[in-house]
Design a protein around this ligand. Structure first.
Ligand code: PBG
Length: 328
């Protein structure tokens, strides 16, 4: 046979394959999301997310220490707020002594080198379970009034020591509004990782279990994006860049690798992907049934994010992947 170009020559041995591999994973690229609640000595497994827990602050600190030992550089914090503190105006979100702000301060004190990322959206604090304020008559999500709350939230988180703020609310103008309040208060070194293309997705189900934060009425489609759209994501990206985002994110991840690739082409900013709760739970569920090899699927999945163009990956697999990288 006269076959001049034989791609298989480049795959002929493990050594050759290793030499030619285009993409590799590093612990440096992984961000571990963590859930935490009030109390002491609590570590409560989240039913729909096997291997993930809600920690009381003392246990959270232990976990952050372990992650740091593994070489993980960043954790993303998600507080579970008690029902009695959830209100229509979500004012607990900017309580300077609230659970979230307390966690930021304690982690910073115990592990000053750990990069802390915090979420900006009202849902954990809102009795309506929405990311924005809800008009009590019309049920409408009030964009501009929400921005004022997001600004106070951003200010308190930054003041407590958060390094990177992650607006995940999808209100119009939030990145600019947050940048503005930070800069006016000598907090210009606090970064913003914008959830730029955040889709209205059913993959968030287990996360809403974890935080008990599902919307009481309706859905999030008037602010999160339609999963059928791609050009709209580019519009959101352009806006977030012009409003001062430092890092841009695509969420969810797995079903949105095309959007990650487009972001990477369009911007010089770092691009992050959020491998969300439902994507994690699907793998765990199948693995528990013995239907697929969890460890191998994890590596393939996380590598695909990098191949698509993600510089950073928020993933509940961060710890497990870091252990794998350490052992191999
Ligand atoms: C809150 C928020 C959500 C997630 C991160 N921040 C849920 C939502 O928008 O309903 C989902 C993360 C995950 O599913 O892992 N705005």
């Amino acid at each position: 046979m006269q076959i001049i170009s034989r791609p298989r020559r480049n795959r002929k041995s493990a050594g050759v394959r290793d030499l030619l591999t285009e993409t590799s994973l590093s612990t440096n690229d992984l961000i571990m999301p963590l859930f935490f609640l009030e109390g002491f000595n609590k570590k409560i497994e989240i039913k729909s997310m096997p291997g993930q827990y809600r920690y009381s602050l003392d246990q959270l600190l232990i976990k952050v220490g372990e992650l740091s030992q593994l070489g993980i550089k960043c954790v993303s914090l998600f507080p579970v707020i008690e029902d009695r503190l959830k209100t229509k105006d979500a004012k607990e979100s900017y309580n300077p002594n609230g659970l979230n702000q307390l966690a930021i301060k304690e982690i910073k004190k115990a592990y000053p080198e750990m990069v802390i990322m915090t979420d900006i959206a009202l849902d954990p604090y809102s009795s309506d379970g929405h990311d924005g304020l809800v008009d009590s008559v019309t049920g409408e999500i009030l964009n501009d009034k929400t921005l004022e709350v997001l600004q106070m939230m951003a200010f308190e988180q930054a003041k407590a020591g958060s390094d990177i703020l992650g607006p995940s609310d999808m209100m119009d103008g939030r990145v600019g509004a947050i940048r503005d309040i930070l800069d006016k208060n000598s907090l210009s070194s606090t970064s913003i990782m914008a959830y730029s293309a955040k889709y209205a997705s059913s993959f968030y189900g287990p996360f809403r279990d974890a935080l008990d934060s599902a919307p009481k009425k309706g859905d999030k489609k008037s602010y999160q994006m339609d999963f059928a759209n791609s050009r709209e994501a580019m519009r959101e990206l352009t806006l977030d860049i012009s409003e001062g985002a430092d890092i841009v994110m695509v969420k969810p991840g797995l079903s949105y690798l095309d959007i990650i690739a487009k972001f990477k082409e369009k911007t010089n900013l770092p691009v992050a992907a959020y491998n969300v709760s439902g994507e994690y739970s699907m793998v765990k569920a199948a693995a528990l049934q013995g239907w697929l090899d969890e460890e191998k699927i994890m590596i393939e999945m996380l590598t695909s994010f990098k191949r698509a163009g993600a510089d950073l990956i928020l993933t509940y697999f961060a710890e497990q992947m870091a252990i794998n990288l350490q052992n191999n």
